[in-house]
Design a protein around this ligand. Sequence first.
Ligand code: PEP
Ligand code: MG
Length: 887
Amino acid sequence: MNKWVYAFGGGEADGRADMKNLLGGKGANLAEMSRLGLPVPPGFTITTDVCTYFYDHGKQYPPELSGHVRAALDAVEKLTGMRFGDPSDPLLVSVRSGARASMPGMMDTVLNLGLNDETVEGLARKTGDARFAYDSYRRFIQMYGDVVLGVEHYRFEDVLDNVKRDRDFTLDTQLTADDWREVITGYKDVVKEELGQPFPQDPEAQLWGAIGAVFGSWMNQRANTYRRLHDIPASWGTAVNVQAMVFGNMGDDCATGVAFTRNPSTGANAFYGEFLVNAQGEDVVAGIRTPQPLTVAEREEGGSDLPCMEETMPETYAELAAIRDRLERHYTDMQDIEFTVQQGRLYILQTRNGKRTAAAALKIAVDMAGEGLIDETEAVRRIDPASLDQLLHPTLDPKAERQVIARGLPASPGAASGKVVMTADEAEKLAQMGERVVLVREETSPEDIHGMHAAAGILTTRGGMTSHAAVVARGMGRPCVSGAGELRIDHKNRTATVKNVVVKAGDIITLDGSTGEVMLGRVPTIQPELSGDFATLMEWADRIRRMGVRANAETPADARTAIKFGAEGVGLCRTEHMFFEADRIVAVRRMIVAETEEERRKALDELLPMQRRDFVELFTIMRGLPVTVRLLDPPLHEFLPRSEADFADVAKASGVDVLKIQHRASQLHESNPMLGHRGCRLGIAYPEISEMQARAIFEAVVEVASQSGDTVSPEIMIPLAFSKAELDILKAVIVRVAGEVEKASGTSLDYLVGTMVELPRACLLADELAETAEFFSFGTNDLTQTTYGISRDDASSFLPAYQGQGIVEQDPFITLDSVGVGELIRIGCERGRKTRPDIKLGICGEHGGDPASIRFCESVGLDYVSCSPYRVPIARLAAAQAALAAK
Ligand code: PEP
Ligand code: MG
């Protein structure tokens, strides 16, 4: 026979903590606490299976359910010595939802159930407090009326307001017992008027009404939305918890509160919480009265002048503090506890793993491992890698007020405040004068780089998570919000407008690149702390992980950040990003618009020393760690001259007429630059470009060896190849140049030549490619783009509609599509290994820093992941968790 109902109370329980799927989180923990002998008011849990049955059978219950509920209620009556519906000493119950995963506030709750015109008199007589009894009854009618009967909340509010107005009262506390009786009469009239029936007086009918409402609320719109946002399947269902009421509002020896076994914002190992004397649970949350601190330490720290529980109820407090220790040792995690004190007696109403900030999570995990409550592996498992983001950048002070005016994509984490500027030149100019600026643009391009560097933060109105602004900003560690589409930029008037807020150039705004929020004014920030617990946890993670973690870095600043965050090498040095500086972009443009090899070589000769200098600097910072240098891969639209000034600069540098440059630029203009003349196609058409780059790399290796003695073994990567033939041609150039440099310098060079796998064809022909390539690095930005046939720059305009309709669950440019793109990677790895069993395999698309994608990388056995420097710690932790999950 099915068991639909699980009882708890009196030191026993049918259920256990590990039965969350059946009993919901709340029910399972109530059972567990009851088994532990903690003072839990007795009750029972109707299982999530009943919820499933209910929805599978046209909202009917299993036929045995009513018998099971009655039996469980009998047991509660026995334990409490009270009877449900007893006119002289009525048992009252609460009815609450409780799903497998916590869904705070999403479903319904009914308190004080069992009160009616008769039992309320019994309660008044028994407690000797008529005011309390009537107040409880009116709360019940209001809650039940709202939740179960569907009477709109305001109808009850109106009745209460009228009574208060008649008596010139402002506070609920001014109402006497008689006043509450009048309110009750009014409430009952409202129900009758709305439903054409009186308020239900039969406690059993009330109970079934409430149970039905809780099961019904599983499918309400709020709960549906919450489930969708948190990936909770509708099939899980909710349980219903029916529990004997205890009252924190029966006088000054009563109280109710919430406690955390450790501080949820700092993680400090100190009891922490708040409580209210003579109040019901909802009053703490409602924020009408200011709650009091639990402990003396907390009172002193918070500068509160309210008396704390430790002082006003020392014995009950001591009992609660002992329960704190017990629960934490039992659950081996920080607990969030709800309690009530009824006439000096303590009851625990709920316990669950408490929510905490990233900093607190880290401290708690490391401390608990130190205390022997958990081991290091468990500590590593407990931290959400993505949450580390909060710790790596200066972040907005959580206590500060923020006036959000717009939202975009959280493109590059961290917080930044500054004056609004609308051009890169302006950004640079003001920054040189010591101003902090936020660069606001429709989108950015390489000529904005100096401005992006100069800016404290970047805001764009177009573009997704892998748009130019997003990628460059993440690389630089600049906070960036991209694609804030509600914002309209008016360059003529130098304003950005959103709804009716007009932000002028020079006004101060704040960006939160971790949430995508754009705020008016300056919001204060706090600095990250990378030592202590952070360093300890990272060390533990490093011991566990199998995959290496490298960084995508090209500038010295990026490389230093990468080292600081523990990168084990550079997995992608985008050489075209090294040309963004104002003095180089002209030479690069000259190279691009050149019509003859001779012209091009002139520009390349100018670039060679700069490029060599860059590599010397990069290799020196990386101190012999592996560095993967990608040959030039410039999507042309990012590099062609655009403005009059650009044309003039390039014309001057090339010594030709402006018109000629303009003509050449329009000749080179592409309809689909992302699929255009970029990647290795450039080197195939103009091998002298690859030749210059190879020379710069090898000469830098020689120079670094002679300067610092570090042996650098560069990994030269050919981008966007779809055939072995391309690799053969370019590898020949590289090998030839290497030979020349070896000869000239008298040193022998150690290097690899590999390819970036960014096209489906490259995955399918990986066995052939691996004949030439000594390593593969999956460029999943382009691989996603080319697998889906969706432009990485434009996807943000229609992906939300796709996500809204459930066609794609996550943005595939953020989280790797493991079934489609992932299948190609699997094939690529398998075929590559077939030809070259020890082929080195990595990933360097943005997915290399995304925890879910990192799990995928572990599953196909990649050797390393590479991500932007600020994501390195996230990747280290995620790689460790992936290794644990794979065991
Ligand atoms: C990629 O395509 O995944 C990649 C890392 O290269 P880029 O973003 O520079 O095209
Ligand atoms: Mg690419």
